[in-house]
Design a protein around this ligand. Structure first.
Ligand code: PEP
Length: 251
């Protein structure tokens, strides 16, 4: 069965008091959800705070990035084992900001996803095209390639334990949301790519949409056949917005 999810990506935002107020509300709202899981992916220094604020609740915490290496002389990096120790259940890999600003390529994203799985957590693998790529009509080629590299590296078992997020780069943080039909078309394509490898993986894979999701558009987006919830940036920092989006993911 496809897990419904509302995943907040706080990016590099937050402070101890602001976080506490938000996390306390997420913990309460998560308890009222019947089929969706609320997840908050916080900056590394706040993982301990998220773990303790969400302890005993139905909400989960996650990381926004991870090293592809398990340990060693990699100054500034954080391993999957460290994230697990701090209570992460999910880890975002391949976010377009990592690809764009930190030079992460498809092969690195695949290694990161594997590192997350090796520690028993769930990678949320992001794929998405730029505006120029959409305008050139190569959206499917781009997201198909991004997914293909990860799928090859993870194999069927790893893929089955992963979550996919379609995030058109032109819609992230821009206020320009893909229409529900645009999102559905790419989600259906991605599910088809998965089905060509393994029908059962395609049937069970959660595919989230991300890109300027708000309370006002979440219900329509999440109501599409192949959309199983969202990856939410800006709106996940505003309690009423994020909680309404969680409820929309719950259906
Ligand atoms: C994101 O951070 O993955 C994202 C989709 O951001 P926003 O919701 O702000 O577009």
């Amino acid at each position: 069965m496809r897990q419904r999810l509302a995943v907040g990506n706080w990016k590099m935002h937050g402070s101890l008091p602001e976080n506490q107020a938000l996390l306390d509300k997420v913990a309460v709202t998560a308890g009222g959800l019947s089929r969706a899981i609320a997840v908050v992916c916080v900056p590394f220094p706040y993982l301990a705070q998220a773990r303790s604020a969400l302890a005993g609740s139905k909400a989960a915490s996650g990381g926004q990035n991870v090293s592809q290496y398990p340990k060693g002389a990699f100054t500034g990096e954080v391993s999957a084992g460290m994230l697990r120790e701090f209570g992460c259940r999910y880890v975002i890999v391949g976010h377009s900001e990592r690809r764009q600003f930190f030079g992460e390529d498809d092969a690195t994203v695949a290694l990161k996803a594997r590192a997350v799985l090796a520690e028993g957590m769930i990678p949320i693998v992001c794929v998405g095209e730029t505006l120029a790529e959409r305008e050139r009509g190569i959206t499917e080629e781009v997201v198909g390639r991004q997914l293909g590299v990860v799928a090859d590296r993870l194999g069927a078992e790893g893929l089955k334990a992963s979550v996919l997020a379609y995030e058109p780069v032109w819609a992230i943080g821009t206020g320009k949301t893909a229409t529900a039909e645009q999102a559905q078309a790419v989600h259906a394509y991605l599910r088809g790519v998965l089905a060509a490898r393994d029908e059962s993986i395609a049937a069970s894979m959660s595919i989230l949409y991300g890109g300027s999701v708000k309370a006002a558009n979440a219900t329509e987006l999440f109501g599409m056949r192949d959309v199983d919830g969202g990856l939410i940036g800006g709106a996940s920092l505003v309690a009423e917005e994020f909680l309404a989006i969680c409820r929309a993911a719950d259906g």
